[in-house]
Design a protein around this ligand. Structure first.
Ligand code: ADP
Ligand code: MG
Length: 567
């Protein structure tokens, strides 16, 4: 990165901007100081000019009196002048410079004779002397002294103006620096918002990848099964002649390929940033179809119970978002039940009554650790997580809430410490006709009576279907059970197969390995063969000295194993 750190930039910027503001303030003060000096000078010149004009008028007025030596008339002019408060002293002098008429206020003096034209006779006064002439003859002169503005009032005026200027300068400096810090704060806020947006985006992707990760393990397992169905199916086709059976095998292969395509599509739905695409759906059917995905994403010690009554109102939602929301809630439930447990998914119609807002209520309940009341209120907040770094993103429930809101409904959470948690999604009832998902054809399992009996335990019905056919072809009759508990129940009730053939990874409390151990303990003579596509599971089986077949396998390999075990 070549960009400087925002913090450093911010500090330098602030200093630079407030420096500029202080500079402007100083310049303002200097300029007004210069202006004041200039004004002062201009005022003095103007004062002198005005004084000169008045002196000339006075000179003109007393010309006749001087010419006729009429002191009384002259004194009359000067007495009239007395009323002007500005004039401190005024006098007329004859040709010899002797005082002819005039006056001087207390504190001012009339000079005995005038020679100087402009002067400052006393502090705060200016004086001027102008000649009195008639037809080019100098008759005498006139002296006029006037008070300039007192020093104190001038100073106080300038101090007042100075203070106003100082305040203005301070204001400019203050505004400048607060503008600078506001700009810097704004920039920092923008940086933070940008960083947060990026982090949000990254976390959203991380959350999706977490969900992807949950799916991948199960999907790899599923793909293995599908590959097995396809490859063994092809093998069977080469051997089997009966048209009816060939048709069934072909159908099995086709279904396996379809399922593979659907799985890929499901993964793609998760991975891509798909636009929101609301569809009118029958929630019951869609949620039931999610069981596969949920089973695949959760641990084996987590059971999923789905209770979707008939006659649920249709809702209009984005199915991909609904799936992610349910997965997020189920993952939280899984995390809250480290010892295993059951997740109950249920839905019911909730009539709006007088409000007229009919809603569909979808609840997911777990029997896990629950949450303290002060945490419940935060659960929907984005980024709120109590899980460690790398384990939680805090985006799961915010996605759930976002989904509910964007579908016109809402989401609620109730939780009690030690008791469990219920997340409710309320969705508005839709009055449109739901689109029907294409139903999958079901292939019937059939048991055939032949020489050796095999008890087959396999949770994947497609794989089981095919295995039954393969065993039949190899000369075995197969009794198929969906899980370990069903198989054990059959054995307990007295069913005695020649061999137990079981998948390793299965939902429910007991997996294939547990089943094999139990059977070994209770019926030590019964041969057991396990199948798995997981290498980790395979090494566990090898340690226990149990026979294992790794998926996908060829029919020939199955035959060899069975023969060896039954010999
Ligand atoms: P994350 O799972 O990444 O932590 P979520 O938004 O899914 O983020 O959940 C936020 C927090 O809410 C979790 O960290 C957890 O503390 C709490 N929580 C959510 N669901 C449950 C639940 N079913 N049981 C107990 N606590 C839960
Ligand atoms: Mg979560």
């Amino acid at each position: 990165m070549t960009e400087p750190s925002p913090r450093f930039d911010f500090g330098r910027n602030l200093a630079a901007r407030s420096g500029v503001a202080v500079g402007i303030a100083i310049l303002l003060l200097l300029a007004s100081l210069g202006l004041a000096i200039h004004n002062e000078r201009q005022a003095r010149i103007q004062f002198d000019q005005q004084l000169a004009v008045r002196a000339h008028i006075l000179a003109n007025s007393v010309t006749a009196a001087l010419a006729f030596d009429d002191r009384q008339t002259a004194q009359g002019y000067f007495d009239a002048l007395r009323t002007d408060p500005q004039i401190a002293a005024a006098g007329a002098y004859d040709g010899e410079g002797r005082l002819f008429a005039g006056f001087a206020l207390p504190g001012a003096t009339l000079p005995p004779a005038r020679t100087v034209f402009v002067s400052s006779p006393e502090e705060g006064r200016r004086a001027i002397t102008v000649p009195v002439t008639q037809n080019g003859t100098r008759l005498g002169s006139v002296y006029l002294s006037a008070a300039t503005e007192p020093w104190t009032s001038r100073t106080s005026r300038y101090v007042g103006i100075g203070l106003i200027l100082l305040m203005a300068a301070l204001l400019v400096a203050g505004l400048g620096s607060s503008y600078a810090s506001a700009t810097a704060a704004n920039r920092r806020l923008q940086d933070e918002m940008e960083a947060r947006r990026e982090a949000e985006e990254a976390l959203r992707q991380a959350q999706k990848m977490e969900a992807m990760g949950q799916l991948t393990g199960g999907v790899a397992h599923d793909f293995n099964n599908l590959l097995m169905v396809a490859s063994s199916g092809l093998e069977l086709l080469e051997r089997v002649q009966e048209p009816e059976r060939r048709e069934r095998v072909k159908q099995g292969i086709r279904q396996a390929i379809d399922r593979g395509a659907k799985l890929t599509q499901q993964l793609l739905t998760f991975a891509r940033r798909s636009p929101v695409n609301p569809e009118v759906i029958d929630l019951g059917g869609r949620v039931a179809a999610l069981r596969d995905m949920l089973d695949r994403s959760l641990r084996e010690d987590i059971r999923v119970e789905i209770d979707m009554p008939d006659g649920l109102w249709p809702v209009e939602v984005d199915v991909a978002q609904l799936e992610v929301a349910l997965l997020n809630i189920a993952l939280n439930a899984r995390d809250a039940m480290p010892e295993g447990g059951t997740i109950h998914i249920a839905a019911r119609n909730q009539p709006g009554g007088t409000t007229g807002r009919d809603q569909l209520c979808l609840t997911v309940r777990d029997e896990g650790a629950g949450m303290a009341p002060h945490l419940v209120v935060k659960a929907f907040e984005p980024f709120f997580t109590t899980k460690g770094v790398g384990r939680g993103t805090g985006l799961g429930l915010s996605q759930v809430y976002g989904f509910a809101r964007s579908s016109g409904g809402t989401a609620l959470i109730e939780s009690e410490e030690g008791k469990g948690t219920t997340v409710t999604i309320l969705l508005p009832r839709s009055f449109k006709q739901p689109v029907q998902p294409v139903p999958e054809p079901v292939v019937e399992a059939s048991a055939r009576k032949t020489r050796n009996a095999v008890l087959l335990v396999e949770d994947d019905s497609h794989v089981a279907e095919l295995l039954v056919d393969m065993l039949d072809e190899l000369g075995y009759s197969a009794d198929w059970k969906l899980n370990a508990a069903d198989a054990l129940a059959a054995l307990e009730s007295g069913v005695r197969p020649d061999l137990l053939l079981s998948d390793m990874v299965m939902p429910g409390a007991m997996n294939g390995l547990d089943l094999a151990r139990t059977v070994r303990r209770k019926w030590p003579d019964m041969p057991v063969l396990l199948m798995t596509g997981y290498s980790a599971a395979a090494s566990a089986v090898a340690r226990e000295d149990i026979e294992l077949l790794t998926k996908p396998y060829r029919m020939e390999q199955l035959r060899e194993k069975l023969d060896a075990l039954l010999r």
